[in-house]
Design a protein around this ligand. Structure first.
Ligand code: PLP
Length: 460
């Protein structure tokens, strides 16, 4: 695929989109529907999504047909069977390309043959298996935290650890850009939730001091991520943990995006910042680098593990990871922690740097630091939607992200690089993406490169 194959939006098409309203509005306006009938009041959102889909502006209704790879086969959920097409894929969370690794496929086959496809209950009620216990031990070794509890999803782990440990009288301080699982966990645990400015340790200190000035009786949980999923930036973990100790608070770090994919031996931001075994609580997901569903919480405390087993709903009351999932993650962990992991991480980082450089050459701006996540800043939702449509029509797969994934006015194309992308694909992808974004901006009379940088990155 070449830049020339892109069909840029014509003025007449834009006029149609503007007249019918498909470019306007946001999911945000449907977040709190009113009316006595809970089912009927969902219809306005459905009609608005349908309007967007009719005009090729609904970026969510696609499905892989086969394995996600740098070049994937993708169909539209509403289209006729057999109408899937190949496209260059920048949407996969399979950061080290392990989903297609023969060792993982073999591990899955062996677990299926030996233990079958299904765990038979929640972990506490015989849902655990020899494989899941081995996985807990392997994770404990990687993180240097002795007590690991597995969850069916990373979402459940993040939500579960907060709701199991914090109660109504406690306080939760969450980074304003933290993942929904963390923010919703905080809201479910207590009304005493404060969002702190993104990565702003001065603000964390201010909030901690204000709470401790009036309340020394109750707990404070401070929540951040090892690598932020939408902005690809990293907090100062030693300082965050130091502040928590100073104010008798507890730190929770979600390493969903960095564990395995970054850092020495795949230890993520914790390893990069010499914080292995030194952070109070670590949660994460297997759904990115580890090629499986599932999540975990790790700490140095057996008592915390017991509390999670009995009070974290998504662990206690939900079916455990299946033996096949546990076997895949175990096989992935072995690769991650070994020499092959180093080689794959080098390839991933090289690809991330190359993609960012090629995008910069087209005049585009990326947020954050080099990692598997390459967020291409756009700001305006209409430009992101239109660029997404142009790219989809050119057979290129990217996530056009807007609210509720990010705040209003902070739209971006979120590209994910894999270790398996080839240099030529990255160059060609960047050229095509750059042309689609500037074409969309020109069609709408908005220059994407001049869109104001997000408020939380005013220094950017
Ligand atoms: C920081 C963070 N935590 C948790 C999750 C949820 O993980 P899972 O998909 O395993 O439920 C995500 C998913 O993107 C995430 O970005």
């Amino acid at each position: 695929m070449h830049e020339e194959t892109i069909v840029l939006e014509r003025t007449a098409d834009i006029a149609v989109l503007q007249a019918c309203g498909a470019l306007r509005g946001s999911v945000a306006q449907f977040a709190q529907p009113r009316g006595a009938n809970l089912m009927r009041r969902t219809e306005a959102l459905d009609a608005w999504c349908h309007l967007r889909a009719t005009h090729g502006l609904w970026q969510y209704g696609r499905a892989h047909d086969g394995a996600p790879n740098p070049q994937s086969r993708v169909g539209d959920a509403d289209a006729a069977p057999g109408s899937a097409a190949d496209g260059m894929d920048f949407t996969s969370r399979d950061y080290l390309s392990l989903a297609s690794h023969p060792a993982l496929r073999e591990a899955a086959r062996a677990a299926l043959a030996e233990a079958g496809p299904h765990g038979t209950g929640p972990a506490l009620l015989l849902g655990d298996s020899a494989l899941s216990l081995a996985l807990e031990a392997a994770l404990a070794e990687l993180l240097q935290l002795r007590h690991v509890t597995l969850f069916p999803t990373g979402w459940g782990a993040a939500f579960g650890v907060i709701t199991a440990l914090a109660n109504a009288r406690d306080y939760v301080l969450v980074d304003q850009l933290a993942h929904a699982s963390l923010r919703q966990g905080a809201q479910a645990a207590t009304r005493n939730v404060a969002l702190h400015r993104h990565l702003d340790t001065g603000h964390v200190r201010e909030l901690l001091a204000a709470i401790r000035a009036r309340d020394v009786e109750n707990g404070i949980l401070v929540v951040t991520e090892g690598l932020f999923g939408m902005d690809a930036d990293v907090p100062d973990l030693p300082l965050m943990q130091h502040l928590c100790r100073e104010y008798n608070a507890t730190l929770l770090v979600d390493v969903a995006h960095d564990l395995g994919a970054l850092g020495p031996g795949g230890t993520g931001s914790l390893g990069q910042q010499a914080m292995l075994g030194k952070v109070d609580l670590v949660t994460g997901s297997f759904a990115k680098t580890f090629a499986s569903n599932g999540g975990f919480v790790a700490s140095g405390s057996h008592a915390v593990k017991r509390q999670l087993q009995l009070f974290a709903g998504p662990h206690l009351c939900s079916n455990a990871l299946s033996p096949v999932q546990a076997a895949c993650v175990l096989a992935a962990l072995r690769i991650v922690a070994g020499e092959e992991g180093d080689t794959l991480r080098e390839a991933l980082l090289r690809n991330a740097v190359a993609l960012r450089a090629s995008l910069a050459e087209t005049g585009m701006r990326c947020l954050g630091v080099p990692s598997a996540i390459v967020p291409l800043w756009i700001g305006n939702e209409q430009v992101a939607r239109l660029a997404g449509r142009t790219l989809a029509r050119a057979g290129m797969l990217v996530d056009a992200v807007e609210y509720p994934g990010v705040p209003l006015g902070a739209a971006r194309l979120r590209l994910q690089v894999m270790a398996g992308h080839r240099p030529a694909q990255l160059r060609e992808g960047a050229r095509t993406i750059g042309a689609a974004v500037s074409g969309a901006g020109a069609a709408l009379g908005i220059e994407p490169a001049r869109q104001p940088w997000p408020r939380w990155r005013a220094h950017g």
